[in-house]
Design a protein around this ligand. Sequence first.
Ligand SMILES: Nc1ncnc2c1ncn2[C@@H]1O[C@H](COP(=O)(O)OP(=O)(O)OP(=O)(O)O)[C@@H](O)[C@H]1O
Length: 627
Amino acid sequence: MTAEVHSFQAEVQQLMNLMVHSLYSNKEIFLRELISNSSDAVDKLRFEEITNHNLLKSDKENSITLSIDKENSILNIEDNGIGMSKEELMNNLGTIASSGTKKFLEKLSEQDKKDSNLIGQFGVGFYSAFMVAKQIIVESRSAHGGSAYKWTSSGDGSYTIEESSKETRGTRIEIHLKDEEKEFADDWKIRSIVRKYSDYVTYPVYLLETKEDKQEETRLNKSTPVWARNKRENKPEDYKELYKQISMDWREPLLWEHISVEGLVPFNAVIYVPSEAPFDLYTRDNHGLHLYVKRVSITEKCKELLPEYLRFVAGVVETDEIPLNVSREILQQNNKLPQIKKQIIKKTLSSLQHLANNEQEKYLNFYKVFGAVLKEGFHFDHEQHETLSELVRFKSSKTGKEGWVSFKEYIERKAEAQREIYYLTGPSYEALERSPHLEALTSRGIEVLFLTDAIDEWFLMSYAKHGEYNLKSINKGDLDLTGIGKESEEDKKNEEAPAEELVGLLDLFRTKLSDDIKEVKISKRLRESACCLVADENGMSAHMERIMKASGQDMGANNKRILEINPSHNLIKNLAERKNKNSEDTLLTEWVEVLYETALLSEGSPVKNPGSFAKRLTKIMEVASGK
Ligand SMILES: Nc1ncnc2c1ncn2[C@@H]1O[C@H](COP(=O)(O)OP(=O)(O)OP(=O)(O)O)[C@@H](O)[C@H]1O
């Protein structure tokens, strides 16, 4: 077969150009990428070998071998993994399929294309070798048999492919180094790069050298992977490198935990909490831990090992308690995995607790990013309620926009005689901070938690009581604050029974607004505002109603709320007087409607008809202006 010439897919060429002309200073990462591809290829082989006995055999143990031709400035990387057929070579090294590389290109369209740092951040796989190579030759023979093929490219828009005489299974990559990158043909350089980036690799990485006419292989990486070693043997760098490898996240992890359990289901694991949210924290469905059984990689995303509310956790778990020939599908039925999962949850939460207790600022940074996800745990994992309740943090009427409060701190500084934890739900801190519902509580020095995450309504449904304290919404049902906190004279006055004079006005509210509200009541929670809307004790808050509406379920008609009016407010007093003087006063009905509409606006809900609202308001202002 003569060599066929093929062009690269446009995106691949774009990537190649970037690599060939890269100014990125940390070029050595290309070796990490190639070794990691080789290790993946051996993983794939070992997994398939369990069920398919017809794969090509290898004389050599599963390994990765590096060799250097110093004279010609060539670096070789060879593995006896799964290998590639002709089609696979063309698909894998001519188009872009890899997740990391796709992310890199996506990111690139948003940011400065010359930002060479991104190369290191994403790894970008095989193509990164073009940072140091003027030509790359890949010879590969698939473990499924068939001929071997040779792929050659100088990164200039095309590659050639032809049959090769390689007999052994696996892949051999020849990197012809650019003149200015000759240092990568130095054995010390290679040793140090492997130790730095690839010590975690599961398979032996050898350096093949010729010494006194004899070929000698030296092992460069440690013989056991990070998670199977004794914790004391590992350096922080080992954990950090393993993290990069499994998470595709270039940033340092926030924390890691090395777990070795010897009980009924022994396993080793390293789990990581990232410092930043992945792009797809809320949409992704690909969370899970990398599962190994007897050093064989079974699946990279084992969902059965992590609950959804810890989907940000990355890591590796290895156990010998699962049969090797387990298919990925029947992992779901395996009864050992739930036991491992339980331990993983326990360890993750306890390391977060440790962080919260010892490094508050770091913990709050974590909480800002992942708190809303963690809260999903209240809904899905009742067993962990107590621990989760120690981990949640809130904004409140006392924290200010940037501050946070825990349940524990809230209780420590509660007002005198306070027996409930008060909260308000809404779309944002700003919306809640000015809510009329807060008035009576603020004036008595009572703190109110502000719950602004979309998940909060569900959190509250699953967690109604913290210890002996009920969680009480301040815009639902009756609010009796008698005897709680500092009671002012004005508070006392407000608690008194409503005056006779209000009866007529209340009736007018009732008849005029009967389609929109359930009831009108005298309020005990208002100080400066004239009125507000509250839900029934078991009704739906305005915030929840809006969330339901946004998801296509309009509950408006079935979820009428109660209008509360402030008997001490001058406006209410004046209107009551007007009503008592002239029960036929037609302008009064306009006042009533406008008051209801302002109550809607102040809780963040829209008015039904903004046009009529504006007209009514103008009419009232016209009268008030004296003409
Ligand atoms: N040594 C190898 N043996 C067998 N297949 C390989 C080897 N190196 C690369 N490949 C194949 O080529 C594909 C592309 O490799 P590349 O390094 O570009 O991305 P990736 O490893 O899939 O993704 P990423 O590292 O970004 O997750 C791999 O998915 C794999 O199928």
